[in-house]
Design a protein around this ligand. Structure first.
Ligand SMILES: Nc1ncnc2c1ncn2[C@@H]1O[C@H](COP(=O)(O)OP(=O)(O)OP(=O)(O)O)[C@@H](O)[C@H]1O
Length: 255
């Protein structure tokens, strides 16, 4: 039996109309994302990556086309207050700059999504304990974000993103502020998380090395989905991804 995709995009387009001209941020995107996949999104600046993440998170609405989430067309999910309810229940966010609240402890930062879901405080305490253990950061529970390294901050942010068991994790340059070793450590953690919990992760990156950790790489150019590379076992994926990205950049620069 064929697996039902977690997300289906059918002819999804997004246009931004300003006073004098129109920007085609996304142009007729057709794509399926499956459960338990890590999908990397690469593309030149302005190719529509952030617009795509915003639409997947119901922070913005496509101008044309259809999004189907778990087999159900998203219609009212693009309208508040249903949109924020949809996000709370289904989407976890990971950002380049972590977006932790400085005045709260690690535990309180991680608890936030469950507080927003009005969960019982005893349950929250147990879930926070469990997720901190899973992320190997139990020893950081009472620290404040300013006392942590970049890698530790991102681990806390990942714990916060997954504590409510969202179906989809959206990560915008999750390792953009980290050094190479910490980047590898965080990406290995995301892969383990995916294997452990069947998590689906969509991450935007400019870095071909980061994309080698994904199952699949989608390449965007001028709002179009122009290529799709499946990482292979025992293959030089880095060179393949690097070449594809370079070609897209070349055509962008017209050289
Ligand atoms: N709110 C908006 N109003 C008008 N134009 C917008 C808006 N948001 C994005 N755009 C335009 O849509 C296009 C795609 O933008 P987007 O931010 O999705 O690109 P990106 O691939 O994420 O770029 P980057 O890698 O630089 O972050 C760009 O031309 C951008 O200027």
């Amino acid at each position: 039996m064929k697996e039902i995709p977690l997300v289906v995009m059918k002819n999804v387009s997004k246009e931004f109309q300003s006073k004098d001209f129109m920007v085609q941020a996304l142009d007729t995107i057709n794509c399926e994302i499956y459960q338990n996949e890590i999908v990397a999104i690469m593309g030149t600046s302005g190719s529509g990556k952030s617009t795509l993440l915003n639409i997947l998170a119901a922070l913005d609405k496509p101008t044309h086309g259809e999004l189907i989430f778990q087999g159900v067309p998203m219609i009212e999910q693009f309208q508040e207050p249903i949109a924020s309810e949809f996000r709370k229940r289904n989407i976890g966010f990971i950002f380049q700059n972590f977006n932790l609240l400085d005045e709260l402890t690690v535990s309180d930062n991680v608890a936030l999504p469950l507080i927003l879901l009005d969960e019982d405080s005893k349950k929250i305490a147990q879930k926070v304990k469990d997720v901190l253990t899973k992320m190997s950061i139990s020893d950081l529970a009472v620290k404040k974000p300013h006392e942590l390294s970049g890698g530790q901050k991102q681990r806390v942010a990942i714990a916060r993103a997954v504590i409510a068991n969202p179906l989809l994790l959206l990560a915008d340059e999750p390792t953009g502020a980290l050094d190479v070793n910490t980047t590898n450590d965080i990406l290995t953690t995301l892969v383990q998380l995916k294997n452990l919990t069947n998590q689906t992760i969509i991450l935007v990156t400019h870095d071909p090395h980061v994309s080698t950790y994904a199952d699949r790489v989608l390449f965007f150019h001028k709002g179009k989905l122009v290529d799709n590379y499946i990482n292979q076992v025992n293959s030089d994926n880095l060179s393949m991804i690097f070449d594809k990205f370079k070609n897209i950049q070349r055509s962008y620069l017209n050289v």
